[in-house]
Design a protein around this ligand. Structure first.
Ligand code: DX5
Ligand code: ZN
Length: 230
């Protein structure tokens, strides 16, 4: 994957039909998804439980684009190898998940996968200043992680602007996760974000039998975001 700052839409399969992941992944990719975002939760770091490595491994053959695995787990390091072996293209870890984010990011890259660092809404941009040379992506959470369908937290916009400046000319993506819609996407893209995760805003109203709704939802986010660049 060569680096660019074009707008990329990464549907979160947390909002998909949990009895039908293969077909859901194929549907969103056919309808224009650029990446597939997989939310891993442990019922400890966040109050919800989702996908272990075997589940992620089962998603892998269906993903033709790029599988982005967002780990909301603590501890992280013990599970990096398993999620890399499950086929993640990128693994992101929260700066709040432990005292050793630097080591965690090194461990992710040592597996030969891309590394992302994540900031909760309550964590300042400065928390990642010392690890920018170790990452391929910074994820700015615009909801408190754990659930889809929450309201966008506005302070993420100014934080994104700050992080875009901190990144300078490094090839580091800025990803936004939480409450992304055609209304909020332009705000973060104007501030410097390029990868937009969206769960409810992509899956709402659609299904594998009505995949064109996914397509329309993805297009609405992308069009609004790209207009903010023009
Ligand atoms: C939240 C997850 C998100 C979530 C986004 O903990 O990290 O990826 O699925 O859902 P929406 O787009 O519905 O806010
Ligand atoms: Zn996520």
């Amino acid at each position: 994957m060569s680096f660019d700052r074009s707008v990329k839409i990464a549907p979160s399969i947390l909002s998909a039909d949990f009895a039908n992941f293969g077909a859901e992944i194929r549907a969103i990719e056919a309808q224009g998804a650029d990446w597939v975002h997989v939310d891993v939760m442990d019922g400890h770091f966040v109050p919800n439980l989702t996908f272990g490595p075997p589940a992620v491994k089962a998603f892998r053959p269906h993903v033709k684009t790029f599988m982005d695995v967002h780990l909301m787990i603590a501890p992280v390091d013990t599970y990096i190898e398993a999620y890399a072996e499950a086929g993640a293209d990128l693994i992101s870890a929260h700066v709040e998940a432990g005292p050793h984010i630097h080591r965690t990011l090194q461990a992710i890259r040592a597996q030969g996968v891309k590394a992302g660092v994540v900031l909760n809404p309550g964590t300042p941009a400065e928390a990642i200043a010392e690890v920018l040379d170790l990452v391929d992506l910074v994820l700015v959470m615009t909801v408190n992680p754990g659930f889809g369908g929450q309201k966008f937290i506005r302070s993420g916009v100014e934080k994104t602007r700050k992080i875009r400046q901190m990144i300078g000319d490094r090839d580091v993506h800025i990803q936004i996760d939480g409450g992304v819609t055609p209304e909020t996407a332009p705000l973060v893209v104007a501030a410097g974000a390029d990868v937009l995760v969206a769960g409810s805003a992509v899956f709402k109203g659609g299904s594998v039998d009505k995949p064109e709704i996914y397509g329309a939802n993805i297009r609405a986010i992308r069009d609004a975001a790209e207009a903010a660049r023009a």
